[in-house]
Design a protein around this ligand. Structure first.
Ligand SMILES: [Zn+2]
Length: 481
């Protein structure tokens, strides 16, 4: 018996040595120095300010588009970017979405697509007083340009245009054809992007790379990592909306049954929220952890991260502390609408809930339906698919692909000491439909710790604006190799 314990002790000791060695020898991601950013082109700031002042609010109902503002934006583009309108071929689709074609000298090469959307979400009436600048003022103060859309997503659209106009001014002609694609309703239905993709498909376009809004450069998102991390989106989660409904005879609220339709539905929702689908390290998350763990300054953290074969459960637990971390690890399921009842003294006959799910890579919408059915385990709750946007999770753009490598190269040149990491997009963007015409979709917005996205005091620091123009200039030049 003593022999047995000394054997166990020896195994534990060896294991400890291996764990510590792995943690000590894991090297930080290479350090590097960025290039100088390119100087802001003349009028770049006034262009951006004007773009924000035009309230291109996404129409909830696409037939009710505010044509005054959308036409004003078209005029703004024509006046601010004369060379683009002279030298590139503009196609208008779905009324207000645009494709600008910059023909390359070698048409045998697959084109690259730089894209974004210029519609914005509205500002709630009650939130206006909480802003410290006018939501559509385009004010320049504290070294930033303020207003709705200054991040989402005019911070992609305008820098792409500035970079292109500037290169045209320098007489630059790309080898590979460049397509600039701008949707006008990403924040509502996304039909503009769909129409663009239909148009490109009709032209038999297959793009080598598509760059859309997405992850950012962040300096404080990962515990223990003090270096800037560039989150480059390579895959999107799937999307599924379900309706759960219960029908049970109601009646007078003075003599309620032991269990009502509301009770049955509530119990079902409670069960659904109490557990979740399994946590998984997808290849994207594995790579993300591999790239960042060596740069963690917290030794215990580093030890767990570099020994995931043993501490995988601990790492999952740490990641799950934040909602974003948890959403990277599993399929999320959450009720978003609950409806029942008409009068305070009537027990309702119907109770209904809408449940929204974002499906992890490697799982399917069918897996989610099976999970919901099994978890609720009550056939009085009727479950059916609802909504028009249901999609399976996307394939992932490999981090060894040219598209990913080009983003990496450009990121190194605009940010000192940055760690570029692949990242799973948690929300859906316009580029999801572009996966039909490209295997190289990447989601990245070259801004640092953005503020006010969809909220109050949205603003783009001028330094980030300069970074974004430099980034797209590099992409336009790099992608020609
Ligand atoms: Zn957006």
């Amino acid at each position: 018996m003593r022999k047995f314990f000394s054997f166990i002790g020896l195994v534990a000791f060896i294991l400890l040595i291996i764990i510590v060695i792995k943690a000590v020898t894991i090297t930080p991601w290479p350090h590097q120095k960025a290039d100088a950013l390119i100087a802001l082109p003349d009028s770049a700031i006034s262009h951006f300010s004007k773009a924000v002042q035009i309230a291109t609010i996404s129409p909830e109902d696409t037939t009710h588009i505010d044509s005054i503002h959308f036409n004003a934006f078209r005029n703004f583009l024509e006046q601010s970017y004369p060379l683009i309108h002279q030298k590139l071929n503009r196609t208008i689709v779905a009324g207000y979405s645009y494709v600008f074609e910059w023909k390359g000298t070698d048409t045998t090469l697959q084109p690259i697509i730089l894209m974004g959307h210029y519609d914005v979400v509205p500002v709630e009436e009650s939130a206006v007083k909480l802003w410290t600048a006018k939501p559509f003022g385009g004010e320049v103060k504290d070294s930033a340009i303020w207003g709705r859309g200054s991040i989402d997503d005019k911070s992609s659209v305008i820098p792409i245009l500035e970079a292109t106009e500037n290169l045209l001014k320098q007489g630059y002609t790309p080898k590979r054809t460049v397509l600039l694609c701008f949707g006008h309703n990403e924040e509502s239905t996304g039909t503009g992007a769909m129409a663009i993709v239909r148009y490109l498909k009709s032209k038999k376009v297959r793009a080598q790379m598509v760059v859309d809004e997405g992850g950012e450069i962040s300096t404080d998102k990962i515990k223990g990592v003090k270096r800037p991390v560039a989150f480059i989106g390579v895959a999107e989660k799937g999307y599924l909306t379900m309706e759960l409904s219960v029908e049970k005879k109601g009646g007078h609220s003075s003599i309620p049954d032991n269990e009502t339709a509301i009770d049955i539905l509530t119990k079902a929702l409670f069960k659904l929220r109490k557990q979740h689908m399994p946590d998984t390290f997808t290849p994207t998350v594995e790579e993300f952890l591999d790239r960042t763990s060596g740069s963690s300054t917290d030794f215990l953290n580093k030890m767990a991260l570099s020994n995931r074969w043993l501490f995988g459960g601990v790492v999952k637990k740490i990641m799950s502390e934040s909602a974003e971390g948890a959403a990277m690890l599993h399929t999320t399921i959450v009720p978003t609408i609950v409806e029942s009842g008409v009068r305070e003294n009537v027990v309702p006959t119907n109770a209904k809930a809408i449940v929204n799910s974002r499906v992890l890579t490697g799982e399917t919408t069918k897996d989610v339906i099976d999970f919901i059915t099994k978890t609720i385990d009550d056939n009085r709750v009727k479950i059916k698919i609802s909504g028009d946007f249901n999609t399976e999770p996307s394939a992932a753009t490999p981090f060894t692909s040219d598209a990913f490598k080009r983003i990496e190269t450009a990121v190194y040149k605009i940010e000192d000491d940055v760690i570029p990491v692949p990242f799973l997009m948690l929300g859906a963007t316009d580029s999801r439909v572009y996966r039909e015409i490209s295997d190289g979709v990447v989601n990245f917005t070259p801004v640092v710790d953005s503020k006010g996205y969809h909220g109050i005091d949205e603003r783009l620091p001028i330094k980030d604006y300069q970074k974004a123009i430099s980034f797209y200039t590099l992409i336009l030049k790099e992608a020609q190799k």
